[in-house]
Each structure stands twice: as structure tokens, then as C-alpha cells.
Ligand binder design. Structure first.
Ligand SMILES: O=C(CO)[C@H](O)[C@H](O)COP(=O)(O)O
Length: 226
């Protein structure tokens, strides 16, 4: 049964103090750190690249869930492996040959994620579901933190969970105490959240609430398919 994994998005942290912000999230109970890589081409924003990930790696052993919102993700596999990325998640819309890219990521010792934008139908993932570790269903248009959760992406999570009971299914964008129920009931178990965790008065409480809700729904689901 997939377990809850809570991954604060460091996009909402203070980029001048990434190591401190990352450690703060681990201390608050984060399972993974979600690292948003944007190239100003695939998405209309720029963030960080492999050199920053490599610097951050010197300060923590945390699991780095690297979400590459970039054109030509193939170009960056080696650099991110060397930088210490734990998981390399690329966008299906950006890859010419997803099957080959999946093998390439694995051969560099990283876990593999495939992301889908809100308007991309989820069935493009179906042929790849058994080859990957995680599917990221975006619940906002990628590019910026602080956007509103898109409810119409929820059926995609449900369809994926029905087909792949053991897959890690990640949701990203607008996740909060108001929207976690929809995502967890649909079957998401990896929760990325920037604003709702980083800006919370009590991040630990938010992380624990997310974790409890996900684990409760996953337990119900696994009972129903027994
Ligand atoms: O990938 C992202 C944006 O493209 C971010 O991870 C995401 O938006 C998280 O921020 P928030 O929880 O504030 O919506």
C-alpha cells in the first residue's frame, strides 16, 4: 500500500537560505524536499539548476524530488545525477522518447517520475505506469507557486490510482488544508505543498494532517481492493 510522503516545495522558501529552509522542513517532519527546476522556456519562469542542487546536497541527506519543468529534459540527466538528485521527474509533454529517457534516468541511479500538465490526458501515462516510480499530476499550470488548486485534475488522479494501485502518485499545486481531502480521496499519496506549509504558523501540524489524511484514504482503498 503506498504510504504518505509529504514533500514541501522549496520554491516557497527563501532562496538565499536554501540549506536553512531545507533543514527547517526536515525538522518539521517533511519526508522529501520538492525541488522545482524551471527553464523559462517550458514554463514562463526561471528558478535553479543542477549547480544549486549540488551545493544543497552538501548540507543534507534529504531525498531530493527534482521536478524538471524544462524543454529537452534528456539534456540534464547526467548533471542532476551528479548533483545528487534522488528522483528525476520530467514532463511527458517535453520528451521526444519517454521510454528511452526512463531507462537513462535509471541507469544513472535515480528514481523516475513522469509529470503531466493539467490539460494533458492521463491515459498518456498508462503505457509507462509499470516502468516508473512516480507520476506527478499537476493541479495548477506549472510555473508559479501560490496558485489555485484545479479541481478538474482530480479525476485524473482517480483514474491512475484505479489502474496502478502501487504507484506513487504525486499532486502539486494549490494543496492546502482545504484541498487535501479531494486529492487524498482520489488516491494521491505524495503531497507537494509550498505556500500552505512554508507560510503556516505551525508547519508540523499541516504536514501531520496531510499525512494522516493520505494514510487513512490509502488504508480504505487497499481494503476495498482486497
Ligand atoms: O511546481 C510548482 C509550480 O509549478 C510548485 O511546486 C507548486 O506550485 C507548489 O506551490 P503551492 O503549494 O504554493 O501551489
Amino acid at each position: 500500500m503506498p504510504q504518505a510522503i509529504i514533500a514541501p516545495s522549496i520554491l516557497s522558501g527563501d532562496f538565499a537560505q536554501l540549506a536553512v529552509e531545507s533543514q527547517r522542513m526536515i525538522n518539521e517532519g517533511a519526508d522529501w524536499l520538492h525541488v522545482d527546476i524551471m527553464d523559462g522556456h517550458f514554463v514562463p519562469n526561471l528558478t535553479i539548476g543542477a549547480p544549486v542542487v549540488q551545493s544543497l546536497r552538501k548540507h543534507t541527506n534529504a531525498f531530493f524530488d527534482c521536478h524538471l519543468m524544462v524543454s529537452n529534459p534528456e539534456k540534464w540527466v547526467k548533471d542532476f545525477a551528479k548533483a545528487g538528485a534522488s528522483l528525476f521527474c520530467f514532463h511527458i509533454e517535453a520528451s521526444q522518447d519517454p521510454g528511452k529517457l526512463i531507462d537513462e534516468i535509471r541507469s544513472h541511479g535515480m528514481k523516475v517520475g513522469v509529470a503531466v500538465k493539467p490539460k494533458t490526458p492521463i491515459d498518456v501515462i498508462f503505457p509507462l505506469g509499470h516502468k516508473i516510480d512516480m507520476c506527478l499530476v499537476m493541479t495548477v499550470e506549472p510555473g508559479f507557486g501560490g496558485q489555485k488548486f484545479m479541481e478538474d485534475c482530480v479525476p485524473k488522479v482517480k483514474a491512475l490510482r484505479e489502474r496502478f494501485p502501487e504507484l506513487d502518485i504525486e499532486v502539486d499545486g494549490g494543496l492546502s488544508l482545504e484541498t487535501i481531502d479531494q486529492a487524498s480521496k482520489a488516491g494521491a499519496n505524495v503531497i507537494v505543498a509550498g505556500t500552505s506549509i512554508f507560510k503556516a504558523d505551525n508547519p508540523k501540524e499541516v504536514i501531520n494532517t496531510f499525512r494522516n489524511k493520505v494514510n487513512t484514504e490509502q488504508a480504505k482503498y487497499s481494503k476495498s481492493v482486497e
